[in-house]
Design a protein around this ligand. Structure first.
Ligand code: OMP
Length: 292
């Protein structure tokens, strides 16, 4: 038998928060969403079928994987093609990670703890076919129901993005509702931010447990966004927000913002140079807004 000791699959990787900070310092502060809408497949001259999905995804990966810090594939657009769509997603995740990019799987999972554990194994366990650097999760079965994912993320150096204040107008009825059971009278959204701040305590340069906070929401100064973790900010581009809006929305927490742009970049395809130019322009605009 060989005396060599292979690296344990359990060996700790650097935490997601630290990897994210480094990736954004190196490649720019931008997350490109991979959202293969049927309308985009059509405008790219592709069929609304698995071959179209695959062509679209390959083009995005080949154009951007070596230069964008973070990608957020939206699982729904792959799931709608069944197992063959998932196979396209698996390949994209692996190729993006091989090219040095970080992948946030946008699957917005959330369930009772025992089922949440299985979702966590699906996305956050090294070696799983959809293993990603982070996962979007919905905390509306209670933040505590996410514990299996929090625990596995700590073990595997991965991260979570918890829906706190979403970019869509319908979110307010849930997220801005005031808790009658809370002596401090906090909203649901503020409660999620407080849970995240606790889970990120003492981490440097920042923790691995992020909040999703829409860039579309205007002044959020009544919320404590200082969670010592990343703030995934969708809503730029197709939903109307711009990089220049970020300081007014996020205040001092803007340094931890990971702005996501999906259609705003993707609509420039299928030309690879045009995709690159769009991503670069957004990253430059974000950098200028954040450092102004
Ligand atoms: O978790 C998300 O990524 C998310 C949260 C949110 O509050 N709003 C939101 O738009 N998203 C996602 O971010 C992406 C936005 O896409 P575009 O509007 O095309 O840039 C979609 O994949 C949405 O599912």
């Amino acid at each position: 038998m060989s005396q060599s000791t292979p690296q344990s699959p359990q060996s700790p990787r650097e935490p997601f928060g630290a990897r994210l900070r480094r990736a954004m310092d190196a490649r720019g502060p931008l997350c490109v969403g991979i959202d293969p809408h049927a309308s985009l497949l059509s405008s790219w001259g592709l069929g609304d079928d698995v071959a179209g999905l695959e062509g679209f995804t390959r083009t995005v990966v080949e154009a951007l994987a070596d230069r964008v810090a973070v990608f957020k594939p939206q699982s729904a657009f792959f799931e709608r093609f069944g197992s063959r769509g998932i196979a396209v997603l698996e390949r994209a995740v692996a190729d993006l990670r091989d090219a040095g990019a970080l992948v946030v799987m946008d699957a917005k999972r959330g369930d009772i703890g025992s089922t949440m554990a299985a979702y966590a194994e699906t996305y956050l366990r090294e070696g799983a076919p959809l293993f990603s650097d982070a996962l979007t999760v919905s905390p509306y079965l209670g933040y505590g129901s996410l514990k299996p994912a929090v625990d596995l993320a700590r073990e595997t150096g991965t991260g979570l993005f918890v829906l706190a204040l979403t970019s869509n107008p319908e979110g307010a009825e849930v997220q801005r509702a005031v808790r009658t059971d809370d002596p401090a009278g906090r909203t649901i959204g503020a409660t999620m931010l407080a849970h995240l701040a606790r889970d990120n305590a003492d981490e440097t340069p920042m923790g691995s447990f992020g909040a999703v906070v829409g860039a579309t929401l205007g002044d959020l100064s009544s919320y404590d966004l200082d969670i010592n973790g990343p703030l995934l900010a969708p809503g730029i581009g197709a939903q109307g927000a711009t990089p220049a809006d970020l300081p007014a929305v996020f205040g001092a927490a803007v340094r931890n913002v990971v702005p996501n742009v999906s259609r705003g970049v993707l609509r420039h395809g299928p030309d690879a140079a045009a995709l690159r130019e769009a991503a670069e322009r957004y990253a430059d605009e974000v950098r200028a807004a954040v450092t102004a």
